[in-house]
Design a protein. Structure first.
Lengths: 215, 663
């Protein structure tokens, strides 16, 4: 287990931490402009409901473990309008900025574990996470990226549209095929609403990438 | 002798009086010249134009031989020497053209000779004049590496005369640049002398010493560690104490010295206490209404630039509020205005919390107002500040900045006479046009898009590449209608020529722009084929001779995007990759796959992935061609590529190729 040592060379380091490159790898499929499409469903004893969801990544700042984008939900049951768009911000679990423990949004470490363990790809990491939230994990070769996505506001409708954005998603992204799985957590909503998305090619025969660069 | 009309002579009259043989008339004329020009730039200029400086310099030269005459008690001679030195000093003071004239007239060495006089007033006048000259960058460089020069410098620092040892310090501050010079000064024991002035000297000596020390320390960690070692007492703590001195200028200079130390040697001054103190002292110095207050924001910037930990501490110390409070005062001296804007830019450069704080105060107008200031430096600083603030992706997503109040004055700056203003405005606009709402049309309506295309034809390569950068960001995820209007304004011909621009940075941005144009709906790929495939051909040509990885990356992604189209598109890409019938020629693809740059490897593998996508009818033919070119053997070597992204794509391609029953 590496010991934290103060880095003494580069003045631009955030003081007190060493750059150990243990953050998850950068992945072209999880970059700005990339689009994903699939469904969110909620299943309870009475019924199962599902609706189409489209996600687009708008911002990505790996250094700060930050991601953001829009989520478009189509024909959500109980919604007033056929299309509801929200803006969300994501925390990338990179052991540097964020760990597997949420520490907010009414999610306890038990809630965290309960949700992360629903992803098969998380299971090898579980034992370390139980010890220290995964702070000393080396995720640099892990072909999955774990995140939390929190919707911040409605883009095209008012807050009285009949939907809630009080909770957040536990998300697992697969670097190899760009598929996304997630579970919505909100103490006041049906538990384990599932999000399943795939990287879309928007009608193309292959993958296409565009990008912007902030100055 | 005092006279009621002592300052009433016109410059030409004074000039002829200066030529008088009568030493008393000469002295009076010299004194009057000095009195007229002190603090008066216009007067300095008019005297300069009629050749006053060579005239005064000539007077000095005529009399200076008497300096080493030990019987020099001649009052007249001494007065002439004092007044001519004072006049020359005044010409040089804060006036570069004056410095130029004084040096050109050959007065410089003569002023140094005055330092050998036994008359204290003469020595003072010479030293003061030289100090004023050395405040300017135009002063001749002092060569420390020559032994006799170093000895002379040491003699200056050893002098009891405050002006003389101050001159020694000024020379160091002005001329010490390289680490070789820093070492020479250290080896000659200069640091010890300066430290002596620091601890036991007068106010002016302490200030001069602080400035010189900072110059010797700059970028030289070795010297800093020697200075801070036990042999020289505890000088670092002397500097820290001076940061709390009662004189503002001393506090500023001490802070600047500590900042140089900290930036050069991060081992030192890491303690949160000292960091917080520096922040507070500098923020408080903003209250000074003079030159110290003008310079304080620049020192603050050098403390926090690129350092998130310091920006965070400064945020907690309400730095943003304080800087904005000063900005609100209005009628700021241009230097102070520029400094505060740049300090705000540094505060908001890296952290969203700082940008949020800034935006929450709802005073963006204070920055946009500065976009029309008379000073080019202020306009540039305002653009740089906007560039920092508009890094807020959250607010870009919400379309917060795509507002006429911000966009229109920025677009006007595209025509600014100063290139640095143009480039800075382009920087801010590059961020603002990354807009995910439907408000991008505002930018087109105010003529911004057309202006960007015009600037893409500029003679200045920095303007061309930044204009393309802004266009690239503008078309990112834009609808086809917007892309069509950009493309028709730009034309395929211009875009193709920009891809092959002599400047690599322009090539890179042009390729990135194409990449973005052809992403999105599948029809967008047709942009690459306009005018008989001008652009596609340009991409292929440029990739053959890509001078840096970034060009390869953008070009390969452009090809990758084309290759995500139909059969025709994929074949067209193959033609660019293998232009000659002879497949044995090594394609640039092989070079890219073997590159050290993981992004370049990734982009290339993505293109291959698209070309060999199994659902396409011609995929097996393309696969065969790639295999014959050795591409697949190369990729087999990459199944354990150190970059996870590359490794996964390679495995996908190889997995895909199995579908064709080949290995």
């Amino acid at each position: 287990m590496p010991v934290r040592v103060a880095e003494i060379s580069a003045p631009s380091q955030v003081s007190g931490t060493i750059s150990r490159h243990t953050s998850p790898p950068a992945c072209t499929l999880l970059s700005v402009g990339q689009a994903f499409s699939g469904t969110q469903n909620v299943s309870s004893i009475q019924k199962e409901e599902a609706w189409r969801v489209n996600v687009r990544i708008q911002g990505c700042d790996l250094e700060h473990g930050y991601l953001c984008g829009t989520m478009e939900a189509l024909n959500v049951p109980m919604a007033d309008t056929p299309i509801v768009v929200t803006f969300w911000e994501g925390e990338i679990v990179d052991t540097k900025n964020y760990t597997f423990f949420t520490g907010k949004w009414d999610a306890s470490p038990e809630d965290d574990k309960r949700h992360w363990t629903k992803f098969p790809s998380f299971l090898p990491l579980l034992s370390q996470v139980e010890i220290d939230g995964g702070k000393s994990l080396d995720l640099s070769n892990c072909p999955y990226i774990f995140m939390r996505w929190k919707e911040q506001y409605f883009v095209n409708v008012g807050t009285d549209c009949g939907l809630t954005i009080a909770g957040f998603y536990y998300v697992c992204f697969s670097c190899s095929d760009g598929s996304i799985n997630g579970f919505y957590y909100d103490p006041n909503s049906s538990p384990f609403q599932k999000l399943e998305l795939k990287s879309t090619n928007e009608g193309r025969s292959g993958f296409s990438f565009s990008s912007y660069e902030l100055q | 002798m005092p006279s009621a009309t002592v300052n009433n002579h016109r410059p030409r009259e004074l000039l002829s009086l200066l030529a008088s043989a009568d030493p008393e008339i000469k002295v009076r004329a010299l004194r009057e010249v000095k009195n007229q020009i002190i603090g008066n730039r216009t007067k300095k200029l008019s005297f300069l134009k009629i050749g006053a400086v060579p005239a005064v310099s000539g007077i000095l030269a005529d009399s200076v031989d008497n300096v080493i005459d030990s019987n020099c008690n001649n009052d007249n001679i001494n007065n002439i020497l004092v007044q001519s030195a004072a006049a020359l000093g005044s010409f040089a003071c804060g006036f570069d053209a004056g410095v130029h004239a004084v040096v050109d007239a050959g007065a410089f060495p003569n002023l140094f000779r005055l330092l050998g006089s036994s008359n204290e007033k003469v020595v003072d006048a010479g030293a003061r004049a030289l100090r004023m000259i050395y405040q300017s960058k135009l002063a001749p460089k002092y060569d420390f590496l020559q032994q006799k020069n170093m000895e002379f410098l040491i003699s200056l620092l050893n002098s009891n005369n405050e002006n003389v040892n101050g001159l020694g310090a000024s020379i160091i501050t002005h001329s010490c640049e390289t680490s070789l010079e820093q070492k020479a000064l250290f080896d000659a024991g200069i640091l010890r002398k300066l430290n002596g002035l620091l601890e036991g000297g007068s106010l002016s000596q302490r200030d001069a010493s602080l400035e010189s020390l900072a110059t010797i320390f700059k970028n030289n960690p070795e010297i800093i560690s020697k200075f801070s070692g036990p042999e020289i007492g505890r000088p670092l703590s002397s500097v820290i104490d001076l940061a709390k001195d009662r004189y503002p200028r001393t506090r500023l200079l001490a802070c600047m010295c500590l900042i140089v130390i900290r930036n050069t040697s991060p081992l030192f001054l890491q303690d949160i206490g000292i960091k917080t103190k520096l922040i507070h002292i500098l923020l408080e110095l903003l209250d000074d209404s003079g030159q110290v207050g003008d310079e304080a924001p620049f020192a603050f910037s050098s403390l926090i630039a690129q350092k998130e930990d310091l920006q965070e501490l400064a945020l907690e110390a309400n730095a943003i509020d304080k800087l904005l409070h000063h900005l609100q005062k209005g009628s700021l001296h241009p230097r102070r205005y520029e400094g505060i804007l740049l300090a705000l830019a540094d505060m908001c450069s890296k952290m969203e919390s700082c940008r949020s704080k800034f935006l929450s105060l709802q005073v963006l107008n204070l920055v946009t107002d500065a976009l029309t200031d008379d000073s080019a430096d202020v306009r540039t600083a305002a653009c740089i500040c906007l560039k920092s603030v508009t890094r807020s992706i959250k607010n870009l997503s919400a379309g917060y900045f795509m507002d006429e109040v911000i966009v229109i004055p920025l677009v006007r700056l595209f025509l600014d006479p100063s290139t640095s203003v143009q480039v800075a405005a382009l920087g801010a606009v590059s961020n603002i046009v990354v807009d995910f709402t439907t408000r991008k049309s505002i930018f087109v309506q105010c003529g911004g898009m057309k202006q960007l295309v015009q600037l893409a034809k500029s003679m200045e390569s920095a303007v061309r590449s930044n204009a393309l950068w802004a266009l690239k960001n503008f078309v990112f995820l834009s609808d086809n209608r917007l892309k069509e209007s950009v493309f028709s304004e730009l034309t395929a011909c211009l875009l193709a020529s920009l891809i092959c621009d002599p400047e690599p940075s322009v090539q890179e941005q042009a390729l990135a722009l194409v990449r973005n144009l052809i992403d999105g709906c599948i029809n967008s790929i047709e942009f690459a084929f306009a005018e008989d495939g001008l652009i596609l051909a340009a991409i292929g040509r440029q990739l053959q001779s890509a001078s840096k990885a970034e060009i390869g990356i953008q070009g390969m992604y452009a090809l990758c995007n084309v290759a995500s189209g139909n059969e025709f598109h994929k074949e067209a890409v193959m033609h660019q990759l293998f232009p000659l019938m002879d497949d044995k020629n090594q394609s640039f693809m092989m070079k890219f796959l073997q590159s050290n740059d993981s992004q370049l490897r990734a982009a290339t593998v993505w293109a291959i992935l698209n070309l060999t996508c199994p659902l396409s009818p011609g995929a097996s033919g393309r696969l065969e061609k790639l295999r014959n070119a050795g591409i697949f053997s190369q990729m087999k070597n990459m199944v354990n590529d150190p970059c996870v992204d590359v490794k996964l794509r390679v495995r996908t391609v190889l997995g895909q190729s199995m579908a064709f029953g080949n290995n």
